[in-house]
Structure formats: structure tokens, C-alpha cells
Design a protein around this ligand. Structure first.
Ligand SMILES: [Zn+2]
Length: 440
């Protein structure tokens, strides 16, 4: 049998979590002799969608084209996530896997909608509108529109008992039936049992959710790690049942860490005060000259009229120097592109002072409290410069990996080239490198 590849992205998992997981039964057995990277540094902005596209393409955001989580807009509503893979401008791991003659599968990996190189695809989708999840047929139809084949949909039907019932909670606690993550793990296990795909990637958000709601390290995050270990047990059992465990390269990665914050601020309130945002009687934006989009602990500022750009830059730098507005850096688009490979149609980026997160809201007051209904605005978040805070993970075991080896550092950009190398392929467009130190 040829080697298989399974990549599990545990959103917002950090190196400290691995030390705890080593004490848990399934992780400690699975990863007893692992190949590990102590710190796997992510991209800027350190947010889920651009970071996952970097992990699956090996490219920074300026090359792959997904420079934020959601489509730009100046109205309120559910997050308009980037869903479809045709927004990505470079080749991904799935294309490399297809060149290698592999069957491919993906469960809740961001920006995979309608990816032509994924045989069994369940794209990440959160069912905000009640009618989307009103029945099993409606749920299947949503995934079908995102590119799921009829075969792939069988794995959804297998797990309808795990589909979340009440996931729009504002509480700081989550039960398993309030998350998509328990469902996701069930779908992963069904994919393995039904199809034994050569390459399977999956994305699970429980740790990220619990950190947003409660802070980076606490007993509720520890609970999420215990559940993670339980899920690993389910996956190990599915691989054992399918007869593929010994031949699988099993890799656990993550997209970013998180940092605690103590307040959130609304730069768009300042832009409204300056006359750069027009708000109508209903509180909606009727027109704008300057508007910012939040990435959690960074904030991308868009200036519509180029003639206003220098004025905005001067203003933002005055605020920065006053040291009370929540940001300690004002970067130009050119600066973040050169330094971090982050580029987009924005003009400036505000970087957190270390204890402030950014809201997109344009209605006063400038400083606001904790908001558990918005994933960016709880008690901890990310989006800041990638060298800050607890760092993402890379832990691997399987026939392609050395045993009992740890290297100090890699970039998450190195992951896809390494995975492609295991499949006998290269990724010529990737900015990252093959982590040969970890491979046999
Ligand atoms: Zn994430």
C-alpha cells in the first residue's frame, strides 16, 4: 500500500497545548515518537482563512490572494467568508496530490469550495440562515452547492446526529452539540472508513472558539484539549478499522496562536468623526472615504480617494504617537507587503498595542467591552504580527517522518511543500521549503 497523508489543523493550537496533550491517552500513544517543530510561525495577518490558504499552498497572502477572512463590505451581518477555491491564485496541495495520482479529501478546510482537485469535499460552512439547516436535505444542498459530490455527502448523512443544534450561543461555554467540530470529526472518520483517501485534510475550530471566549489558557481550553484527544481516539479507531493507520503520515498543525486582550476599539468611529464615513438615520453607512476592516488584533484601513491618503497617514501616525488609541504601529501597504508578504487593496494596517483588539463598528463609543457574539471580540484573539504570542504547532508521525526529532522553527509556508515532497511532488510556486530535517 502506498503511504497516505492525513493533516489535521486544530485551529489556534499552540506549542503549550502539546505539552498537555502528551499526558493524554490517544495523543501520547499516537505521537510517542514524533517529528516536531517547536514553533511553526504563521503569516500576517494571522487569521484563519489567509493562514489556511498559506498552509495548503505554501504561499504568502500576496501570492495566493486571500488577504483577509471575509469579503470587504461596509454593512453589518454574518461574516461573508471566502468560500470558493477559485479565489486562490496559485496551485495548492490538492493539485500536487492529483499529479501524484492520489485520491483527495477535505473536511472544513477554508476556501476549498468547488475545488476541482478534491474528490471528497465538505467545505467549511456555518449555516447562519435558519433555512439552510432546516432539514437534512437543506444541509446536504448547502454542501452540494459548495462542491460536495454525492459520495462525499454520504459522510454528512452518516453524522446528522452530530450536526449542531444550537450553535449561535453567546455564552462563554460551549457544549459539543453547539459546535460544528464534533460533526466535523465524525465526517472525517466517515471519510476514512468509506473511502480511505490518499490525502485527507481537515480543520477543527473548538480550541479557537474556547480561546476567543475564555482567554488563551484556562480550564475550559483544557477541556477542549481533552475533547481533542477524544477525537484523536476516534480517528485512530477509524484508521485502524480501515486498515490504514500504519501507512498514514498523521500530521497535526495549526494556523495561528491567540493572545489575551483587555479592550476593543473602533477606529471607524474616528473616521466618522472626521467626516470620512457618512451614516444615515438608521445607523447604516451611506457613503465612505476611509473605512477599516478588522482582522482581530490588526486593522486594514481603506482610503477610497488617493488624494486623501497622505492626510489619513499623518492622522493615524499622530494617533499612534499619542499611545492611547490601541495601536502601536501604522504600516503602509508597501511595508507589510515587503516585510510579511501581505498585500491587498487596503492602504494602511494598524497593529495592536498588545492588549487591544479592533471592531469594525462605526457607532460610538470608541472603546467598547467584550462581545462574545463576535469571534474577533471575546477575551482573546489573533490577527497580529506572526512573531508575537504563543506559536502554532507541527507534530507528525508516520512512515515518511523521522522518529523523536524536534527542530526549533519553521514557517507554516513550509508545510505544503513538505507534504507534496512526501507524495513525490514539488510545489514550484511555493514560498516555503521542504522540511527535509524531519523526513526519513
Ligand atoms: Zn484560525
Amino acid at each position: 500500500m502506498k503511504q497516505k497523508l492525513f493533516v489535521l489543523s486544530m485551529d489556534a493550537m499552540v506549542g503549550e497545548d502539546i505539552e498537555y496533550l502528551k499526558t493524554r491517552p490517544n495523543f501520547s500513544r499516537l505521537m510517542a515518537h514524533c517529528a516536531r517543530v517547536a514553533k511553526a510561525q504563521t503569516i500576517y495577518p494571522s487569521v484563519t482563512y489567509p493562514a489556511h490558504v498559506s498552509m495548503i499552498t505554501g504561499c504568502t497572502a500576496n501570492h495566493h490572494g486571500i488577504y483577509n477572512n471575509t469579503h470587504f463590505r461596509t454593512s453589518k451581518g454574518y461574516p461573508a467568508w471566502h468560500l470558493y477555491s477559485d479565489e486562490i491564485k496559485v496551485e495548492d496541495l490538492f493539485a500536487a496530490a492529483k499529479r501524484a495520482g492520489c485520491t483527495t479529501a477535505s473536511v472544513y478546510w477554508p476556501v476549498t469550495g468547488k475545488n476541482p482537485n478534491i474528490d471528497y469535499l465538505i467545505d467549511e460552512f456555518f449555516f447562519y440562515e435558519p433555512e439552510e439547516s432546516a432539514s437534512e436535505a437543506a444541509i446536504l444542498d448547502c454542501f452540494r452547492k459548495l462542491g460536495a459530490s454525492e459520495d462525499a455527502l454520504l459522510t454528512v448523512s452518516d453524522n446528522m446526529d452530530r450536526f449542531p443544534r444550537s450553535y449561535k450561543t453567546k455564552s462563554d461555554w460551549l457544549r459539543l452539540d453547539q459546535t460544528f467540530d464534533h460533526f466535523i470529526n465524525g465526517v472525517v472518520c466517515s471519510m476514512i472508513r468509506r473511502f480511505q483517501p490518499d490525502v485527507l485534510v481537515a480543520h477543527n475550530c473548538l480550541l479557537d472558539s474556547m480561546r476567543h471566549k475564555n482567554g488563551v489558557f484556562n480550564d475550559r481550553v483544557t477541556w477542549a484539549l481533552d475533547i481533542t484527544d477524544y477525537w484523536l481516539g476516534e480517528i485512530i479507531q477509524a484508521m485502524t478499522d480501515a486498515g490504514v493507520l500504519e501507512d498514514t503520515n498523521f500530521v497535526i498543525v495549526s494556523d495561528h496562536g491567540q493572545m489575551n486582550f483587555s479592550r476593543r476599539v473602533k477606529p471607524n468611529v474616528l473616521f466618522e468623526k472626521k467626516g470620512w464615513i457618512d451614516v444615515d438615520a438608521d445607523g447604516k453607512i451611506s457613503d465612505w472615504k476611509v473605512y477599516g476592516q478588522s482582522n482581530g488584533m490588526s486593522f486594514a484601513v481603506y482610503v477610497k480617494d488617493p488624494a486623501l491618503k497622505q492626510t489619513v497617514y499623518d492622522y493615524l501616525r499622530i494617533l499612534r504617537d499619542e499611545q492611547v488609541w490601541g495601536f502601536s504601529e501604522v504600516y503602509t501597504r508597501e511595508e507589510v507587503s515587503q516585510r510579511y508578504g501581505w498585500d491587498g487593496p487596503f492602504d494602511f494596517v494598524l497593529e495592536t498595542d498588545g492588549y487591544t483588539t479592533f471592531s469594525e463598528d462605526w457607532l460610538k463609543e470608541y472603546i467598547a467591552g467584550i462581545d462574545l457574539s463576535d469571534y474577533r471580540l471575546g477575551r482573546a484573539t489573533h490577527g497580529y504580527q506572526p512573531e508575537k504570542g504563543p506559536q502554532p504547532v507541527f507534530v507528525a508521525t508516520g512512515p515518511a517522518f523521522k522518529k523523536d526529532v524536534t527542530i526549533p522553527f519553521c514557517l507554516t509556508l513550509d508545510e505544503s511543500p513538505t507534504f507534496a515532497h512526501i507524495l513525490g511532488q514539488s510545489m514550484p510556486q511555493a514560498d516555503g521549503r521542504v522540511l527535509t530535517e524531519l523526513l526519513v
